[in-house]
Design a protein around this ligand. Structure first.
Ligand code: FES
Length: 180
């Protein structure tokens, strides 16, 4: 049949969309691929946001309400984190071998949060993903959508500490600082 619908373009140049697209293509863009596709979004990005849900709905030709319904029904899916900034640490095999766990541990010590959580002051959400498509840069992290590679824990923390916050943070809500 020649009634094939044109697929929507990838939302942006982030190559993680190619991983998501590959999952849908492998399933012939059939609607039964929805859960597997949402998994692949989460594996690549660490969470599901509005852009990804719209993209998946359009690609699989499903009502947005259905995609939101599935994304919010299963608690194994994480919706876009609440923090003003997000840091996704890739814990896939290549990154694991290159020390991703030390990064996660360093973030836990510095901000007192586990992956999937947001600091009390709303500055930062930390997440993990299974492969962000940048294995050559292992260990890879994605800070506010920017893929960065080969950072060690002090470098990562310095970057995160200096991310601009739009609103002044009350002193009482700042993350604990290390004393000298
Ligand atoms: S395993 Fe980390 S980018 Fe592929």
């Amino acid at each position: 049949m020649s009634l094939e619908r044109a697929k929507p373009p990838l939302p942006d140049e982030d190559k993680r969309w190619k991983l998501v697209n590959a999952t849908m293509r492998r399933n012939g863009y059939a609607d039964h691929a929805l859960i597997e596709t949402l998994h692949s979004v989460q594996d690549a990005f660490g969470f599901l946001d509005e852009t990804s849900l719209h993209f998946v709905a359009a690609s699989l030709d499903l009502p947005l309400s259905k995609v939101y319904g599935v994304a919010t029904f299963y608690h194994l899916f994480t919706l876009k984190p609440k923090g003003r900034h997000s840091c996704v640490v890739c814990t896939g095999t290549a990154c694991y071998i290159k020390g991703a766990n030390a990064l996660v541990e360093g973030l836990r010590e510095r901000y007192a949060i586990n992956p999937g959580e947001t600091t009390e002051d709303g500055h930062l959400s930390v997440l993990t993903a299974r492969c962000v498509g940048a294995c050559g840069l292992a260990p890879a992290v994605v800070i506010d959508g920017e893929v960065l590679g080969r950072l060690d824990t002090p470098d990562l923390i310095e970057r995160l500490d200096t991310l601009p916050d739009p609103e002044p943070t009350p002193a009482s809500h700042r993350p604990p600082t290390t004393s000298h």
